[in-house]
Design a binder for this molecule. Structure first.
Ligand SMILES: [Zn+2]
Length: 272
């Protein structure tokens, strides 16, 4: 970070040249209107599916480089995460065929998981004792994957007028300023990023519930999971998938309202 800054201070002409490229990329961009899956909300985003995927892939590659030593690639936890993620991703792919879905399990003692724009999922081993069974893990992954298919990160980037910067980053340029670069990175939905808005969290719950049902997991299991979470996380800072301040009781209430819709989408999976 400091090196990036020093680079630009020492070379103001390059910074100006990059600014010109950024403006150029900006002229090629048009905000498009589209509809979120399941909730059918009209939204405005500037980044295309392809750009979102490139942005997410960059971040994903960086995470895997940083945490190379923590990647879990065998054993029962690995098998469970692959099994559940595969079924959730197959459902999400119907809404976003252009995304490439992939999941990595990292050995981290933190109850968290996230899905980057474009379909790259990261799960921490610390979440597995909290989820316990496949259906609860599907609740979490359904929620995370819904952030990606509903383009919540792209929407946040648009709202902060950073779409041009994000497009320039994926076009291979350096960001306009390091500060803006890190702002874009912070909006991607990674573990330590800025929280999604409350309405995006609620929408991810709704879409995620329908996704888990479509993937063959009994959606009622989501209610049981959130009740367990509520008991387990009392008084503690909630992890990403559980961040919907202020009240978990409300969240459970809303999920119960969406249950009939999710149950209509539910077909038990054939045993494999
Ligand atoms: Zn979330």
């Amino acid at each position: 970070m400091r090196r990036v800054l020093a680079f630009f201070i020492a070379r103001p002409l390059i910074a100006v040249a990059i600014a010109v490229v950024v403006v150029g990329v900006g002229l090629l961009l048009h905000t498009h209107r589209q509809t979120t899956p399941v909730t059918h909300r009209t939204q405005h985003v500037g980044l295309t599916d392809r750009q979102q995927m490139q942005l997410g892939s960059r971040q994903y590659a960086q995470t895997l480089r940083q945490d190379r030593a923590e990647i879990v690639s065998s054993g029962p936890a690995y098998a469970q995460v692959q099994r559940v993620a595969k079924r959730i991703a197959a459902v999400a792919a119907r809404d976003k065929p252009a995304f490439t879905w992939k999941v990595t399990l990292l050995r981290k003692n933190e109850a968290n998981a996230y899905c980057l724009p474009g379909g790259k999922i990261v799960v921490y081993t610390g979440i597995l004792p909290v989820t316990g069974n496949d259906a609860a893990l599907a609740t979490v992954l359904g929620h995370e994957v819904a952030h990606a298919t509903a383009e919540h990160a792209a929407e946040r980037i648009e709202r902060e007028h950073l779409t041009k910067i994000a497009a320039a980053i994926v076009a291979g340029g350096v960001a306009f300023t390091p500060r803006q670069y890190f702002r874009v990175a912070a909006l991607l939905g990674v573990a330590d990023s800025l929280p999604f808005s409350r309405s995006q969290e609620s929408e991810a719950d709704h879409i995620g519930l329908v996704y888990m049902a479509r993937a063959g997991y009994q959606p009622r299991q989501a209610v049981a999971f959130w009740k367990r979470m509520q008991r387990a996380s009392r008084g503690k800072e909630p992890p990403e998938f559980a961040s919907d301040h202020p009240s978990d009781a409300h969240r459970i209430q809303r999920i119960e309202q969406w249950l009939p819709e999710a149950e209509r989408a539910y077909t038990p999976a054939a045993r494999s």
